[in-house]
Design a protein around this ligand. Sequence first.
Ligand SMILES: Cc1ncc(COP(=O)(O)O)c(C=O)c1O
Length: 372
Amino acid sequence: MSLEDRVNPHIRNLRPYEPGKPIEEVERELGISGSIKLASNENPLGPSPRALEAVSAAAKTVNRYPDGACFALRARLAEKLQIPGDHLIFGSGGDEILELLAKTFLASGDRVIMPWPSFAMYPLVAQGMGADPIRVPLTAEMQHDFAALTREVAVGAKMVFLCNPNNPTGTSFGAGELADFVSGIPEDVILVIDEAYYEFVAREDFPDTVALIADRPGTLALRTFSKIYGLAGLRVGYGISSPELVGFLDRARHPFNVNSLAEAAALAALDDDEHATRTHSMNRSGIDYLTGEFEALGYRVWPSDANFLLVETGSGYYDELLRRGVIVRPLAGFGLENHIRISVGSPEENEILVKALQEIEQAGQQHGGGRQ
Ligand SMILES: Cc1ncc(COP(=O)(O)O)c(C=O)c1O
């Protein structure tokens, strides 16, 4: 019997997650240098300087296993969120929390409802357990279609993912929409609200998921240190939920799932308000600048509450930008052929991107083509 015949069928059929291309790989392949990466919604300011100091100090003790309970990080975050510490679960990135949810709750044949396009890990973790991902298309305005999601839940659902703001569209939903949706679905459906971009949100009626969890214990809000805190490479994220749900995830995780450097960095970054505030305001002005420039170029841009923009450019722009050393995210795999997702960069990076797009447009006009 071949190895292929022995692999779990639901793993055999998985297509691995495709991350944004690393700069080094693009430069090697194209023989170019000085490229910029606006593809993975990272923090262009870099990590918090306080986090870097904490990492250097913690590096001296990496001969020891980390604190598997994340005692110090848990205590500080609980204080910040004004919740008891047993409402928190930490993971090697938010990705691991998604995997823990799947491992803990999903089995073969379970229906898992999710908006689509949305974060690519939702169908992956569901399929990894043999469950069925049910993708519910966004509305034409790239919003969660709550009526359609509710209908799918009514057919049967073990778990629902919502993504707010949604990746890859940047669009968000408000407290009223969430409250209506929650009141229309059964209590026993596990509700996961992914708030990876929470700290970038501008809208005032953004849902208070911490309060929701107190009323609906089968709910988990997912957040991460990868985005505004600039610690994507260290891998640390967390879930906020009821102690009961956290307790089950805790049984499923391996004992040292957050490494000691990540824990030290996250703890320090939490108290670096200056870095978070600078990141937030740089992101907001980047969104305003890029939105204006994209509209001037004739592209459609969706309003974003995150640190990236969904842009309808026309086809071929991912490759054209790549040739000019600008890495963005192609979205053809999500059925959005004419769109790209662009992470907001530093002011300099944003200008390089806009210049590259202007160059592409000019070259198109010279060839009599323009936008396709
Ligand atoms: C919507 C969403 N959820 C979760 C994650 C996971 O982030 P991490 O595993 O880096 O914490 C990401 C990362 O891009 C994301 O976009």
